[in-house]
Structures are given as structure tokens and as C-alpha cells.
Design a protein around this ligand. Structure first.
Ligand code: PMV
Length: 320
């Protein structure tokens, strides 16, 4: 075997995490619930290279100066077993990187799965979660398929429902492919120390989690939509009341929201969510997807509209 390859998909949070309880271990301050999608993906091809003097990370064909945010993940994985040679980690994303489409979650999850196999570690689920969380607080969710719950209590992660149990559609309205100006990591630190809404945001989270879990288990679309949009608005309020304000949405994101509200008035069952970036993700039932796409295409400056389904967790693809 000379290389191992793994794939993972991004996940979009419906009940979001924004803020850390322990920055040095990258631990989220709250539980979160997400959906893992299909079609968009990150891959990680990993191999040993005896000529290297340190591990090398190549992201979308560009050699990175350092391991950056995956360094703590790699250190943790290496703590299980001494490895003789350094390795090359070649990551790719088939969608814009660091633009609010959860590339770090899928990127980290794919690396964890690939390295676990390359090093022959046979890690437990809990250890894979620990490895992923060190790279990105939302990455454990990309290890799992479907609707995923990351519980802050013991940082356990599980699938609540799979796509075949509730096959909703996600329409991604890409309003920009620029990298975000403030990383999630810096943004969370700023919000925690400066937003006067941060405490309320954290205290409200358990109720939102309870309601979303109930909605998903009952497959109650309206209930899930209401709590998800409310949670998203609260997160952006925390971001925008930070000092300096963290404005991740752009003018086109706001036009999208306006159009979504119009569609709701016209009886189309949809809801939206927006992460640390300007992309708007619309969740709808399959029968509404075509109409939603037509309506969203009418918005000026939309760069792309991507229809995805709920997808699988991270997995090995091949070795060679
Ligand atoms: O895991 P990170 O550091 O990429 O942060 C994710 C933050 C949000 O996407 C805004 C919310 C979430 O829970 O995914």
C-alpha cells in the first residue's frame, strides 16, 4: 500500500455552534445539530514519504507553509503510535474553500479517516471525534451521515435520522466565493469576549437543541424550520454585535432572505440557514426544489445555485 484516500462531505448546522468553552482544546461551548450533504466533498490522500523532514499538507494543489489548523489533529493521531516517516496529506475540495461552506469540517474529517487507516490505529468512534474536534469544532459532524447531533456534555456525536428516513433537499445559493475575512476561530474568540448577547446565546441553546431534536424525530418540517431560522438569526446577532462587528452576510444574502420570505407567503414550505459566510442554504421538501431554484435564479448577482441531498459520513474510498 502506498497511499490511502478518504472522502467527507460538508455539514450545515441547523442549530449552530459559535464560541468555544476551551480554546486550547478547540471545544465548542454548546451542542449543535447539522445535516451532512452529498455531492460537495473533500478528499484526503495520505502517504508516507521518507524524504520529508516534516509532515506536508497540500491543499487544492498548493503546498501549505505549515499544517495550520490540522496540526493539533495530527499530533493527537500520532500520540497513539510512533510513526517512522513523515507523511504527505493531499487535500482537495470540489467547492470554494473558507467561504462559509464548511470546507474545514469535511477537510478535517477526511484527513482523520485517512490517517487512522494509514497509521493502522483502529481508533474508536470517541477517539475519531476527539481527533476531528481538535481541527475544527464542527468536523466531528462530518464523520456522520444525515441529521447529526454533537452533544456538548461528553462531545459524543450521532446520526439522529438518515437521508432515506427524511430525504429533504438543500439548495445552496452561492453569493460569493471569496475567503472570509475573519476566520471562524478568530470570530468566535471576538464574539465570546465582546458581544453582550453571547451569554443569552449560550443559555438559549439547550432549548433550541431540544426543539430541533423533537422536530427531526417527528419529521416536523415547520417546527424544524422555525427553530433553525431562529437559531441562525441569534448567531448572526451575536456576530454582528461583536466588537468589531463580524458581518458575514452580504447584500445578495439579504436579497435571498427577502425572496425566501416571499416564497413562504406564497405557501412554499422552506427555511434557510447561513453560517460564517454569505452563502444561503435553503432546506425544502423534494417537490418544491425546482420551483425554489427558478425563484432564486432571478436574484441578481447569484454566482451559483447547487442542489444537494442529505449525504453520508466520512469514509475510506481507496488505497493504492
Ligand atoms: O468548526 P468551525 O471552526 O469551522 O466553525 C463552524 C461555525 C459555524 O459554521 C458558523 C457554525 C456550525 O456549527 O457549523
Amino acid at each position: 500500500m502506498s497511499y490511502i484516500k478518504a472522502i467527507a462531505h460538508p455539514n450545515f448546522a441547523l442549530i449552530k455552534y459559535w464560541g468555544k468553552s476551551d480554546a486550547s482544546n478547540n471545544l465548542p461551548d454548546m451542542s449543535s445539530i447539522s445535516i451532512t450533504v452529498d455531492t460537495l466533498f473533500s478528499t484526503a490522500k495520505v502517504s508516507f514519504d521518507s524524504t520529508l523532514k516534516k509532515d506536508l499538507w497540500v491543499l487544492n494543489d498548493i503546498e501549505q507553509e505549515s499544517l495550520g489548523q490540522i496540526k493539533p489533529t495530527m499530533n493527537y493521531l500520532k500520540s497513539f503510535k510512533p510513526v517512522k516517516d513523515f507523511c504527505v496529506i493531499e487535500s482537495t475540495n470540489n467547492f470554494p474553500t473558507a467561504a462559509g461552506l464548511a470546507s474545514s469540517a469535511s477537510g478535517v474529517a477526511s484527513i482523520v479517516i485517512a490517517i487512522n487507516k494509514l497509521f493502522n490505529l483502529h481508533l474508536s468512534e470517541k477517539e475519531l471525534i476527539n481527533a476531528a474536534i481538535l481541527g475544527s469544532g464542527s468536523a466531528p459532524r462530518s464523520l456522520y451521515s444525515g441529521f447529526v447531533y454533537l452533544n456538548k456534555k461528553n462531545y459524543s456525536c450521532e446520526t439522529i435520522l438518515d437521508s432515506n428516513q427524511w430525504p429533504l433537499k438543500i439548495i445552496i445559493c452561492q453569493t460569493s466565493s471569496d475567503r472570509k475575512l475573519v476566520s471562524s476561530r478568530d470570530g468566535m474568540r471576538i464574539s465570546k469576549s465582546t458581544s453582550s448577547y453571547y451569554k443569552d446565546w449560550v443559555n438559549d441553546q439547550d432549548n433550541d437543541i431540544k426543539q430541533a431534536l423533537k422536530a427531526i424525530k417527528m419529521k416536523d418540517f415547520d417546527m424544524l424550520g422555525e427553530v433553525s431560522e431562529d437559531n441562525c438569526k441569534k448567531m448572526h446577532k451575536v456576530m454582528e454585535t461583536s466588537k468589531p462587528p463580524l458581518i458575514y452576510r452580504n447584500a445578495t444574502s439579504h436579497l435571498c432572505i427577502q425572496k425566501i420570505e416571499e416564497m413562504k407567503v406564497n405557501g412554499i414550505g422552506i427555511f434557510y440557514t447561513i453560517d460564517a459566510g454569505p452563502q444561503v442554504k435553503i432546506i425544502c421538501k423534494a417537490q418544491h426544489a425546482d420551483q425554489v431554484i427558478i425563484e432564486m435564479k432571478s436574484i441578481p448577482n447569484i454566482q451559483d445555485i447547487i442542489e444537494v441531498n442529505i449525504g453520508q459520513g466520512a469514509r475510506l474510498t481507496n488505497e493504492g
